[in-house]
Write a protein that binds this ligand. Structure first.
Ligand code: AHR
Length: 505
């Protein structure tokens, strides 16, 4: 949590860090990823058989090695919008017998060469947990139950045996499952009303939890600020008793929300993720409202927020059906820094967050046939995943604010947009990490940092010549620079930069 006092730009800003005041644990799942059958994310991204850079399974080794650096706990699959017409059975068994199908989300052809077993083996190679989304468009509950049994079944059942026949004896134990994706959107095959969705999600959840009560089921929310979110939470977060035993099952474990931010102007671009912060606060209240109004007993776990699509993306400049390959600037990297600060500040409510997506499609990591490029946005992600772990700690910021237009416009009326966007954490070993984005395009900020211990403060800085530079022109114009600060006097946070300061409390 970061509290804030607005001061005139002429005064010296202050950041006070209280390392002994732990607010809430940071769920490591906020550093999760997402791979969709879209553009070059799967084919040509993580899977590229025949390429000398790939292993015997067709998995790109350079991609795997790079993603391991991010220590990604969970990866969502197979969509996204793609899942609305996806039949998982098409993608298992001998590859030469798998059917090619028209793909209606991004208007391509799906060969099904890469499917459930390939993805789950890729997750094992990466050292990450899978998270599947069910087809709420053309899919059936029967098909969904079969998919769970295929992945997790241990008995002598048809789908568990099919998995064994396909070469996998042990269950995969897939824990996370989403009840559809963006089913409210007019772009969806089988778009639903909130009433129809809530009724269907409840029935599916009941059946799925009868099959396997340990599944973590994720409700399809919208952006966290809509009547869809209100209604679906109200209908689906209910006290439940299994009809077959006295065991109480919570039907819904998490509520998913999505948001993409972008602006061609730097300051609206970097302040846009603050919309996500407010969305998390509103969703959190809607969860509590459902718990209270529905009389859910307090010993039933409180659902958390699954922010399973977030990033900087302007679909007009990087169109979905053309592969959504964004070229990210330094400004976008700083926006990602603010996004990650939001997840740290809101750690109490966010149980998972998945950057959309992990490779090539609106991604910090790009491939060519010959190698990979780490975009500007890679570096904030790498820094946070490495250091911002443990607990969120109390922090207070006094600074001036940006007072111009925001994107979306409503941020201006609802939230402060300080020049310094800040979060802080402390880990098990007592290392304090302070992340500061100086969003100002032209002004270095000399800041009094209170709570720093010692004279050997590790400094990691992400910046560049100006906010428009990218890493897609053959050089790493933006990366992480390491240095040391003696902890004395004011610290200067450079204009348009993300800085992470670390010290032992
Ligand atoms: O991540 C790209 C797309 O954005 C996803 O398929 C969809 O869920 C969202 O609209």
């Amino acid at each position: 949590m970061t509290s804030f006092t607005k001061i005139p730009d002429t005064e010296v800003p202050t950041i006070s860090v209280h390392s002994s005041r732990r607010i809430s644990p940071i769920n490591p799942n906020i550093y999760s990823g997402f791979t969709e059958h879209m553009g070059r994310c799967i084919y040509g991204g993580i899977y590229d058989p025949g390429n000398p850079l790939s292993d015997e399974n067709g998995f790109r080794k350079d991609v795997l090695e790079a993603l391991k650096e991010l220590d990604i706990p969970v990866v969502r699959y197979p969509g996204g919008n793609f899942v609305a017409t996806y039949h998982w059975l098409d993608g298992v068994g001998p590859k030469d017998q798998r059917p090619a199908r028209p793909e209606l989300a991004w208007l391509g052809t799906e060969t099904n060469e890469f499917g459930t077993d390939e993805f789950l083996q890729w997750c094992e190679a990466l050292g990450t947990e899978p998270y599947f989304a069910f087809n709420f468009g053309t899919g059936t509950l029967d098909e969904a139950l079969g998919w769970v049994d295929y992945c997790n079944g241990t008995k002598n059942t048809y789908y568990a045996n099919l998995r064994r026949k396909n070469g996998r004896e042990e269950p995969y134990n897939v824990k996370y499952w989403a009840l559809g994706n963006e089913v409210w959107g007019p772009w969806q095959v089988e778009q639903m009303t909130k009433e129809a969705y809530a009724a269907k999600a409840t029935q599916w959840a009941k059946a799925l939890k009868l099959l396997d009560p340990s599944l973590i089921l994720i409700l399809c929310g919208q952006d966290g600020t809509s009547s869809w979110d209100y209604y679906t939470l109200k209908q689906c977060v209910q006290p439940r008793v299994s009809p077959l035993s006295s065991t109480q099952h919570t039907l819904i474990d998490m509520h998913s929300i999505h948001l993409y931010t972008a602006s061609s102007s730097h300051l609206p671009n970097v302040t846009a993720p603050l919309a996500a912060e407010r969305a998390i606060e509103i969703t959190s209240s809607l969860i509590d409202l459902a718990l209270v109004e529905n009389g859910v007993p307090p010993d039933q776990p409180r659902p958390t927020i699954c922010f399973d699509e977030w990033n900087v993306w302007d679909p007009l400049r990087a169109e979905g059906s053309k592969g959504a390959e964004e070229t990210y600037t330094l400004s976008d990297a700083l926006a990602v820094g603010v996004w990650l600060n939001v997840f740290i500040r809101k750690s109490k409510d966010v149980g998972m967050a998945n950057i959309a997506q992990s490779v090539n499609v609106i991604s910090p990591l790009m491939t060519t046939k010959d190698g990979i490029t780490k975009q500007t946005t890679w570096w904030p992600l790498w820094l946070f995943s490495r250091f911002m772990r443990g607990w969120t700690i109390a922090t207070h910021v006094s600074s001036g604010t940006y007072d111009g237009e925001t994107q979306p416009k409503w941020i201006r009326g609802i939230k402060d947009t300080p020049w310094l966007d800040v979060s802080a954490s402390v880990n098990e070993e007592g290392w304090v990490s302070l992340a500061v984005v100086n969003i100002h395009e032209d002004k270095d900020m000399e800041v009094k940092v209170e709570g720093v211990v010692g004279n050997d403060v590790k400094v990691y800085t992400v910046t560049g010549k100006d906010v428009t530079v990218t890493n897609m022109k053959g050089e790493q114009a933006v990366s992480v620079q390491e240095s040391v600060w003696d902890g004395q006097g004011l610290y200067t946070f450079p204009k348009h930069s993300l800085t992470l300061l670390r010290w032992k409390a």
